[in-house]
Write a protein that binds this ligand. Structure first.
Ligand code: F6P
Length: 578
């Protein structure tokens, strides 16, 4: 743990003031908008290309003032400076936290911290760009067909094998940037140790045109290494069955050399697996797994979309990093959104947070954010090891609109829980289709379908904010007995984020935005948002339980009675089916 003692936000005057306001807090979005013509403009902010409207949130001037004071008391800006300057703010792992260095421009002028600054004695800018150049050169060779499989055929499918941050980031960005993927190349992502995952993802592939990327920061993750071995087995079996390779060590080695590359901080382990370290791309222990999509972990996506688009993606992150670093707290979008989440979580007792992208290509964004926010901020001790003094973490969940509207929005509109929701949309779709034969009733012929989609985006936040009163329901001629069921209370807070289009830069901006929201919240709570010890016990126990599941009676007897009976049942079911 670091020596520094975090400020106990819960003991500050700002916290007390917010608690007092929260007692009996009665939001009135209809009234607030009616009495304040400037509310929308006052609470709409710009961060790079992202327009962020907080006016339909539960912000008031008084609440905002105390939240900003809280950010000052907890020194959010100071801790951010400490982070980008390479201080070891990940105390429990004694590491610097420098994902922001992954997107600092190569030839940037007047960078803060200055170009060439050393972290633990290393010029990290030089290392970042050397690695990036190596990834770009490799990606170019795959894209051009210069890199081929063992039989000389060009690569058509890149299979990324990784889990957690070594999967969720790449798959989310690949899906988000599908329109930028080069024709003739596709990516697939294998993560789960459930053998069905790799089976399904490889079932229809041609081994001669398939490249595997084993992505693992530690190169010690059970799921990833198991899947990598299964992939290698699949490659060898299929190539030798078709006669493409002989059943010799040399041929197998050559096949791995042409069909496997790795991304890891542990290049010795990569070599032990049989992948030539020349075909491995490194990164560093100061990049957390869930913050690593913009490192070489994204190699699969670089191959798919190409180096130029990847540079644009990185520049989007950097724009948000600079916004975070230079913008006063009062206009600082990640800080404001982080503070707002603290307001909802700690004072208004929201139990979860919905993320609702109105962009089908962002369909994996909520899953990505789940790791980012929950692995970062789901902590019970502060960075000095003392217990936290308030609730921490947020439960993120969501699905793209409009699908979610027909599934779980009922609860958001009329349920008993407070669920703050982020609505995310882009103005210009990749495919601006028109409904030429619109029915002429609800949809006019020639209707721009994205406009219709966006009508839903705007309507939902409006409905959530302003609801529908009993009188309005009655005025529609509704029978009195069903009026209560048709009333919408309104006062359901939302944040709207609007970007020009889902470009690589905008995707980088969105990720950077949420990274710094998480940072802001973690700083207020005094926690280390960059370790993840909570995932370790389950991993240890899985290895301990594995012999019992494999039929070792002694190991089975050593289990608690519940686990033992469940494993026994599992073994019976396997036996019955064999
Ligand atoms: O178990 C959690 C975790 O350590 C994540 O933090 C990480 O993103 C994931 O596992 C994968 O780890 P690795 O990249 O080392 O295989």
């Amino acid at each position: 743990m670091t020596e520094s003692v975090p400020v106990d936000s819960a003991q500050t005057d700002a916290w007390k003031q917010l608690s007092d306001i929260a007692t009996g807090f009665s939001p009135d979005l209809r009234g607030w908008f009616a009495s304040d013509a400037s509310r929308a403009s006052r609470y709409t902010f710009q961060a790079a290309d992202l327009t962020v409207d907080l006016s339909k949130s539960f912000l008031t001037e008084e609440v905002l003032r105390h939240l900003l004071q809280l950010a000052k008391d907890a020194d959010v800006a100071g801790r951010y400076q400490a982070m980008i300057a390479g201080q070891h703010i990940n105390g429990s792992e004694d590491r610097a936290v420098l994902h922001t260095a992954l997107r600092r421009p190569k030839d940037g002028q007047a960078l803060v911290p200055p170009k060439g600054f050393l972290v633990d004695g290393e010029d990290i800018d030089a290392e970042v760009h050397a690695t990036l150049d190596k990834v770009f050169a490799f990606a170019d060779s795959v894209r051009s067909g210069a890199w081929t499989g063992i039989t000389g055929k060009r690569i058509e499918t890149v299979v990324n094998i990784g889990i957690g941050g070594s999967d969720l980031g790449p798959v989310m960005v690949y899906e988000a940037l599908k329109p930028y993927v080069q024709a003739g190349i596709q990516c697939r992502f294998v993560s789960n140790i459930d053998p069905s995952d790799i089976y399904e993802k490889t079932a229809d592939l041609d081994p001669e045109t398939t490249l595997f990327i084993v992505a693992s920061k530690t190169f010690g993750t059970l799921e990833t290494l198991t899947n990598a071995r299964l992939a290698r087995q699949w490659l060898w079996n299929n190539l030798s069955e078709s006669g493409a390779i002989a059943d010799t060590d040399d041929d197998r080695k050559n096949a791995v050399a042409k069909h496997f590359v790795a991304v890891s901080t542990a290049l010795d382990k990569v070599a032990a697996f049989g992948i030539d370290p020349q075909n491995a791309f490194g990164f560093w222990d100061w990049v957390g797994g869930r913050y690593s999509v913009d490192s070489a972990i994204g190699t699969s996506v670089v191959i798919a979309i190409g180096p130029d688009n990847w540079r644009e993606f990185l520049s989007g992150f950097h724009a948000i990093d600079e916004h975070m670093r230079t913008t006063p707290l009062e206009q600082n979008v990640p800080v404001l959104m982080g503070l707002l989440n603290v307001w909802y979580t700690n004072f208004l007792k929201a139990q979860s947070h919905a993320v609702l992208p109105y962009a089908q290509y962002l369909h994996r964004f909520p899953a990505y954010l789940q790791q980012l926010t929950m692995e970062s901020n789901g902590k019970s001790v502060r960075w000095d090891g003392s217990p936290v003094t308030s609730d921490t973490g947020e439960i993120f969940w969501g699905e793209p609109g409009t699908n979610g509207q027909h599934a779980f929005y009922q609860l958001i509109h009329q349920g008993t829980r407070l669920i703050p929701a982020d609505f995310i949309a882009v103005a210009n779709p990749a495919h601006p289709l028109k409904d030429e034969s619109g029915d002429g009733k609800t949809v006019k012929p020639g209707q721009d379908v994205h406009a219709l989609f966006m009508a839903n985006f705007f309507a939902q936040t409006k409905a959530l904010a302003f609801g529908k009163t009993a009188d309005e329901v009655r005025a529609e001629g509704t029978a009195e007995s069903v009026v209560p069921a048709r009333v919408f209370s309104g006062n359901r807070p939302t944040t709207s984020i609007l970007a020009p289009a889902l470009t690589p830069s905008v995707v980088g901006q969105l990720i950077g935005l949420y990274e710094h929201i998480v940072f802001t919240e973690g700083t207020i709570w005094g926690i280390d948002s960059f370790d993840q010890w909570g995932v370790e016990l389950g991993k240890q126990l899985a290895l301990q339980v594995a012999p019992a599941v494999d039929g070792d009676e002694q190991a089975l007897d050593a289990q608690d009675s519940s686990t033992k009976s469940l494993i026994t049942k599992y073994l019976e079911l396997r036996e019955a089916a064999s």
